[in-house]
Design a protein around this ligand. Structure first.
Ligand SMILES: C[S@@+](CC[C@H](N)C(=O)[O-])C[C@H]1O[C@@H](n2cnc3c(N)ncnc32)[C@H](O)[C@@H]1O
Length: 237
């Protein structure tokens, strides 16, 4: 009898690509965070990671490189600026921490909106390893003390003007040299002179390079999040 072809790929111990849908092993079984579907694969419960609700998931679907390169190392500490209501964070938590934080990971999630903090705090109460902080990504003095060590993976999705400068400053302080910074850039949030999005995205890439980053990939999220690019930038100096 011939072997049936495997239809899925494991991007990490917890993140599974099944055909064209992405799933993460649920660290809080039985609970759906934002209405996403739950499903068992070989007896283990997964949550569907919706790329129309998460720019990280959209980038994982769209990258032309190995998809697992976008994920942080499981069990490490990461910083996430612009946490929102915790949609992407919840899946990162599945991967980084696992149930009861068996992997000893830590996600520091910063957002300046109190309504987001309420949801994040609720999420954190069921997901050890997730630390929710009410703070401004532009003003590190308020919350930076909670980050005694630099991290190897930093994600920013603040969707406000000055996104690139905020990202560069945050990486200088919180990202190790050699670490990976992911910047989700929303074109509409930037002031620009009307030359078109392509020019804007090229300028941002140049700005990152001039500030000590190697831009490994610029991933257009079109189809999932129009007018957004996710820059994958390694800090090299
Ligand atoms: C597009 S939403 C983030 C969605 C989230 N990344 C996700 O995938 O689930 C942008 C968030 O950035 C937050 N934000 C905007 N400016 C900020 C700043 N200066 N510091 C921290 N958070 C900020 C907003 O409150 C909002 O929740």
């Amino acid at each position: 009898m011939g072997k049936s072809k495997q239809r899925y790929d494991m991007l990490s111990w917890a993140v599974r690509l099944e055909g064209r849908s992405l799933w993460s092993e649920n660290a809080n079984p039985g609970v759906s965070v934002y209405g996403e579907s739950l499903r068992k694969f070989s007896g283990t419960e997964y949550r569907r990671w919706d790329p129309t609700r998460s720019k990280l998931a959209a980038a994982i679907m769209r990258t032309k490189r190995n998809k697992s390169l976008l994920l942080p190392v499981a069990g490490s500490t990461i910083l996430y600026l612009g946490a929102g209501h915790g949609t992407s964070i919840s899946h990162l938590h599945d991967h980084l921490c696992g149930a009861d934080n068996d992997l000893n990971g830590r996600i520091v999630a910063v957002d300046l909106a109190p309504r987001c903090l309420r949801d994040l705090t609720h999420l954190a109460s069921a997901r050890p390893g997730l630390v929710a902080i009410l703070g401004d990504a532009r003003k590190h003095f308020g919350w930076g003390v909670l980050m005694p060590h630099q991290v190897n993976w930093l994600f920013q999705d603040v969707a406000q003007s000055g996104q690139v400068e905020i990202f560069i400053d945050a990486c200088r302080r919180f990202l190790t040299v050699g670490g990976l910074g992911l910047l989700s850039l929303k074109a509409a949030s930037e002031r620009w002179t009307g030359e078109g999005e392509h020019v804007l995205f090229t300028k941002v890439e140049q700005q990152l390079i001039e500030n000590g980053f190697d831009v490994e990939e610029s991933i257009k999220l079109t189809g999932y999040e129009d007018n957004h690019v996710l820059f994958v930038a390694r800090r090299v100096e």
